[in-house]
Design a protein. Structure first.
Ligand code: TPP
Ligand code: MG
Length: 801
């Protein structure tokens, strides 16, 4: 029952029609699960994880879910997706087969296992749809509880839209913040830290979030007694219950097989969250898993006979059926007719999905077979080629691997024949057509991707004074906040004191607590706030206080943010800016520069390493014009250094993917980035004194790196290369070396062995001496370069040691 319907009187017939419609839907969903399992067991699909046993509460949730609302859930929610009209039977099976056409599998175009749901926030060109006209689901991920941080941000967006002035025009994203964000999670996954972190943060922030826990007492084979204190998440969260004059939650419990109670509970929860912006936790108890956890295993191994018998009796669908009969809403015969019809519909849908999945592949198979037969006719290897062609033709339901493998094997047989060109051309054509189905949209393909932006240099008054560099950042943020009402920043100490280095000094006073905010010490959900809000049209800047603490957030960056655009084949985006500060300062946890770890964990997010605050501010200005997520690492030891104040604050732009030559030279190219550059510059000065002229290149951005291949142009001139950074040996320096030598083919121009110079393998020790003996020093760089030149010109540069 929708809110409107409960307020007006509805007739018994209307009511009956609605509940029977619900039953039908649940039954269709159940049949999908049953048939889905068979598809896996007969080899048509690789893996299946289904929503059987959790259908009825999802019907109730769907009734309370309105246009503009967002779901952030997990793999059990097929019934909900069907009930809100976002998943058809055919789409369910297309997902199971891994159909790579987004028209058939709108959830992920075959990129994710079935059961990972999503709706389309963007059109095919990457432009926003009107999210308030549709029911929205953020794209699921497999790591359990990984949906939680994002949920917080999805809910917080409503609070921002309701309370921040200047966003009145953003009607495609919100109607006065009335949207609820709906979370779902399994009982066992509430054991994850991300769950507790999110629950606490949502209680503090008081955001419209309705959190459902589907409790079936198990997490795969592990019983609740090993998962949850007192075996009950609602019991242990009791302290979160709001009381008179406190913030907190409304906590509700309900049996997952009790249809009328569920409907009522969800209506109540929605009203509280939507109207009051108070979070609600619904502990849905006594759910079951009729087919066990997934297709890889059977639950008879770990559930005893009593439990299995109880599950059969309390199966929510069986209980709903009983309720319908006991309340004279349907006869046994009526329900049996519905059951039969559901079965048939699902079978038909499955068949249609399979046909649609195999048809294009079969066409590709036929095309290659006929090409191979033509080739064979004029080939010395006729017999062998025909054998390949016949084998391929005999596969009844081929996959693309079998097609392309055959083509590539035959190519070797005709390498010296005239037919080669046709086959090679076909392979190239086929690869160009098929590869994007698996590899597109790691980054934005819209006209707002980072590579479309062009540099704008900072401009200065002739009399421009040098100021503390943090002031350049601060004044630039000021312009960003006034220019973009959708921009907001939050993090530990970012609000009241204006961040630990005062790059935001005075900003909270000027722009208010909602836009410039202090956050709890909880990096993963700071990230999640950013992801969720960016998915709803805001431009959040999530601040992680120090680079060393990014580790707390990197899982969510890697699993959620970095994969979002890819895993939806470009239909969802979160243009989140992550601001942090790092590299060199003091001690083990305030001096790290784990750039290799970062760039390898977050492909899909841009990684920007400005050498000073003007460069950093320029990156923020660039990013505000793009639609992609990025991490910006400011130099921790650079805030008090002097920089000139530009006159075009908010307008100058540091380009992304472009290196900068900061000193020209002829003897060796040194590539570096961030804080290390100042040390490199010092060493270069000293090297020049002994006649060694270094060219210094600032990488500026590690992902993407040097799209114009300027580094190799430099090596073509100097013929020598040294990469210097503060990461561990073999970290980001190895990546840069690979890019320059392998990708840019720098080896063609080298007269000396290309080398790297990094920190020691251990974490940096405390104090000035700790820094000197842990990180590359000016002397280290001098001597490394000197040794390279010594090897080439030993007479002129005798060995130092
Ligand atoms: C971080 C993480 N650890 C382990 C897994 C493997 N795994 C997948 S589902 C699951 C059990 C989840 O149980 P629960 O949260 O109760 O959900 P249910 O499947 O019972 O609905 C586990 C351990 C995972 N996906 N992610
Ligand atoms: Mg469970």
């Amino acid at each position: 029952m929708t809110e409107a319907q409960t307020k007006t009187e509805i007739t018994f017939d209307d009511f009956k029609a609605e509940v029977l419609n619900d039953y039908t839907l649940a039954k269709i969903s159940r049949e999908c699960s049953l048939l889905g399992r068979k598809e896996v067991l007969t080899g048509k699909a690789k893996f299946g994880i289904f929503g059987d046993g959790k259908e009825v509460p999802q019907l109730a949730m769907a009734k309370a879910f309105q246009n503009g609302d967002f779901r952030s859930g997990y793999y059990r929610d097929q019934t909900f997706m069907m009930a809100v009209g976002q998943l058809s039977i055919e789409q369910f099976f297309a997902g199971l087969y891994g159909h790579t056409d987004i028209a058939h599998d709108p959830m992920s175009a075959g990129r994710q296992m079935g059961g990972h749901f999503a709706t389309h926030s963007l059109d095919e060109n990457g432009n926003w749809n009107n999210l308030t006209n549709q029911k929205n689901s953020s794209a699921d991920i497999s790591p359990t509880a990984g949906q939680m941080p994002r949920l917080l941000g999805l809910a917080q967006a409503s609070k921002i839209y309701r309370n921040v002035r200047g966003l009145e025009e953003f009607t495609n994203f919100s109607q006065n913040g009335n949207e609820v964000a709906w979370g779902t999670i399994g009982n066992a996954s509430t054991s994850e830290g991300l769950f507790f972190e999110t629950i606490n943060a949502a209680g503090v922030l008081q955001v419209p979030m309705v959190m459902s826990v589907w409790d079936d007492e198990y997490g795969i084979s592990v019983h609740a007694r090993y998962q949850t204190t007192k075996e009950s998440i609602s019991e242990i969260l009791k302290g979160f219950q709001r009381e008179k004059d406190t913030n907190g939650y409304e906590i509700m419990t309900v049996k997952g097989w009790d249809y009328p109670a569920l409907v009522e509970t969800y209506q109540k929860a929605a009203a509280i969250a939507r109207e009051e912006h108070v979070p609600v936790l619904i502990h849905v108890q006594e759910l079951t898993q009729p087919q066990g956890h997934s297709t890889s295993g059977s639950h008879e191994r770990y559930k005893n006979a009593d439990r299995l018998a109880w599950e059969a009796e309390y199966d929510c669908l069986a209980q709903m059926r009983l309720w319908l009969i006991n309340n004279n809403l349907a006869s046994k015969e009526e329900l049996e007719a519905i059951d039969e019809k559901a079965k048939k519909e699902v079978l038909d849908g499955k068949r249609a999905a399979w046909m649609a999945f195999v048809a294009p592949i079969k066409a590709e198979q036929n095309e290659l077979v006929s090409l191979l037969n033509t080739l064979a006719a004029s080939s010395a290897n006729k017999v062998f080629i025909e054998k390949h062609a016949t084998e391929l033709a005999s596969i009844k339901e081929p996959i693309r691997k079998e097609i392309i493998t055959t083509a590539r094997k035959v190519l070797r047989l005709v390498v010296a024949e005239s037919g080669k060109a046709d086959l090679a051309a076909w392979i190239t054509m086929y690869t160009n057509k098929i590869q994007p189905k698996f590899s597109s949209h790691l980054f934005s393909q819209s006209d707002k991707n980072v590579l479309q932006t062009s540099a704008v240099a900072p401009t200065y008054d002739a009399t421009a004074e040098e100021v503390d560099a943090r002031l350049v950042l601060r004044d630039n943020f000021d312009v960003i906040f006034s220019k973009y009402p959708e921009a907001l920043i939050f993090g530990e100490d970012s609000g009241n004191i204006g961040d630990v280095n005062q790059g935001l000094e005075g900003m909270q006073e000027k722009y208010g607590e909602l836009r410039v905010s202090d956050a709890g010490i909880r990096e993963a959900t700071i990230l999640g706030q950013g992801i969720g809000m960016a998915m709803r049209g805001l431009r959040p800047i999530a601040e992680i206080q120090y680079l060393d603490y990014l580790l707390y957030a990197i899982q969510i960056m890697s699993d959620d943010l970095a994969t979002l655009h890819y895993r939806t084949q470009g239909r969802q985006k979160a243009p989140l800016i992550i601001r942090t500060r790092g590299h060199r300062l003091e001690g083990v946890w305030h001096s790290g520069s784990p750039m290799g770890m970062i760039i390898n964990a977050i492909r899909g997010i841009h990684v920007l390493v400005p050498r000073n605050m003007t460069k950093a501010a320029g990156f923020y200005n660039t990013l505000m014009e793009t639609d992609e997520p990025a991490l910006v690492i400011e130099c921790l030891n650079g805030y008090r250094l002097k920089e000139k104040m530009p006159t075009n604050l908010g307008a100058f732009k540091t380009p992304i993917g472009v290196v900068e030559t900061i000193k020209e030279g002829s003897d060796i190219t040194i590539v570096s980035y961030g804080s290390t550059l100042r040390v490199v510059e010092q060493a270069a000065k000293e090297l020049l004194e002994v006649g060694i002229d270094c060219e210094i290149i600032d990488a500026q951005t590690l992902l993407p790196f040097d799209v114009n291949h300027d580094c190799v142009k430099s090596i073509a001139k100097t013929n020598r290369l040294l990469v210097v950074d503060e990461d561990v040996p073999g970290g980001a320096s190895a990546y840069l070396l690979q890019q320059i030598i392998d990708e840019q083919k720098g080896y063609n121009h080298l007269d000396s062995q290309p080398q790297t110079l990094a920190s020691k393998a251990h974490r940096p020790a405390y104090g000035t001496d700790g820094d000197y003996f842990s990180k590359p020093s000016s002397e280290d760089i001098f001597e490394k370069v000197y040794a390279i030149i010594h090897e080439a010109k030993p007479e002129q540069y005798p060995s130092l040691y």
